[in-house]
Design a binder for this molecule. Structure first.
Ligand code: COI
Length: 353
């Protein structure tokens, strides 16, 4: 499919790369493509970034039939542009699409559209340490209808935002509150899909945790309220007595692409990585026995984020003296090194634009 490009006549000034706040500034252009039952996905185009018109009866506003992705582009020291695992993100949006009854996209074509957009916006990729161009593909229902059913029409859009660290702490360890009351998702629900409802469900707990001085919440499973699932915007890993343990993908956890990258990199270093059920009690027991060595989160936005403190029902534990651990630090350097082209990519993670 050929792609129409309409260039902006009013390019915006670029933000200060040293003061980027996550998700606040958007580039000059965006990608848009429509779906109808008659035409399938059609009319891919790149147009100036700006407001879109929707009617008050738009189904997404009422029933949340929408999915999204998060990915990043980097500029190497020689000015080459790299995307990080874009095919994985486009494949995952199709898994989310399936759960939300949204029509499948063509993965290869969508990576090509994305590359076209990135080429046009390459001057927006910030070059400072810890910065990147965050890519937000999303699809939403566009029928105007109040009955509960799948929409017959959709829009697929991609917007871009130059970003720095997701957390104000940067690479300093974050404090996490183990959520005792609310749950994020249950098996059979939409937990594994990257869809708005999962994030909407998380906001109240996150606000309560923030009032207590915590950056994010750690979710426990929705049935037993015992087993660790994930942290607000990250998957979570524990180093216990030399072994790395992370909750297995069980249907209610998001299959993070940085999670998968971390597992591959850790295994390549000869470390044992186990994906299994892990209770919060086991983590506290390991801490009491002096065996909880590191805790860190992984995510596209957060990259690798060390955890320095956990609060479970008022029992506060400090991990690795509240400092970044050796493995978290090495993993951060390796993954960001591969992403930015500073370290050779032996895993096939990066895609040249
Ligand atoms: C990402 O890491 O890309 C995410 O989707 C987190 C986002 C909700 C901020």
């Amino acid at each position: 499919m050929t792609i129409e490009i309409v260039r902006t006549t009013h390019p915006k000034p670029k933000p200060d790369p040293n003061n980027l706040v996550f998700g606040t500034v958007f580039t000059d252009h965006m990608f848009v493509m429509d779906y109808s039952e008659e035409k399938g996905w059609h009319d891919p185009k790149i147009v100036p970034y700006g407001p879109i018109e929707i009617e008050p009866a738009n189904m997404t506003l009422h029933y949340g039939q929408t999915v999204f992705e998060g990915m990043k582009a980097y500029k190497t020291e020689d000015g080459e542009v790299l995307l990080y695992r874009p095919y994985e993100n486009m494949k995952r949006i199709n898994r989310s699409n399936d759960r939300l009854c949204i029509p499948e996209i063509d993965v290869d074509a969508c990576v090509e559209y994305l590359k076209e957009l990135i080429r046009l916006e390459k001057d927006w990729i910030p070059e400072g340490k810890g910065t990147s161009l965050y890519i937000r593909p999303f699809i939403f229902a566009t029928d105007n209808h109040l009955g509960v059913r799948p929409s017959h029409t959709y829009k697929f859009m991609i917007i871009l935002s130059p970003v720095g660290a997701y957390y104000k702490e940067g690479l300093n360890p974050v404090k996490i509150y183990v959520e005792p009351s609310y749950v994020r998702a249950v098996r059979g629900g939409i937990g594994y899909a990257k869809t708005a409802g999962n994030y909407a469900a998380s906001i109240k707990a996150q606000m309560d945790a923030a009032k207590k001085g915590y950056t994010q919440v750690l979710w426990l499973d929705g049935v037993h309220r015992k087993y660790i699932e994930e942290v607000g915007t990250m998957n979570v890993f524990f180093k216990i007595d030399g072994e790395i343990v992370t909750p297995m993908l069980n249907g209610s956890i998001l299959a993070g692409i940085t999670r998968d990258s971390a597992i591959q990199v850790l295994k390549s270093w000869g470390m044992t990585v186990t994906e299994r059920e892990l209770s919060i009690q086991e983590v506290y027991d390991a801490h009491a026995a002096g065996k909880l060595e590191e805790v860190f989160g992984t995510g596209t936005a957060a990259v690798i984020s060390p955890v320095g403190e956990l609060n479970w029902d008022g029992n506060v534990i400090t991990i690795n003296d509240g400092k970044i651990g050796e493995i978290s630090s090495k993993l951060y350097d390796t993954i960001t090194g591969i992403q930015s082209g500073k370290i050779e990519d032996t895993f096939g993670f990066v895609e040249r634009v």
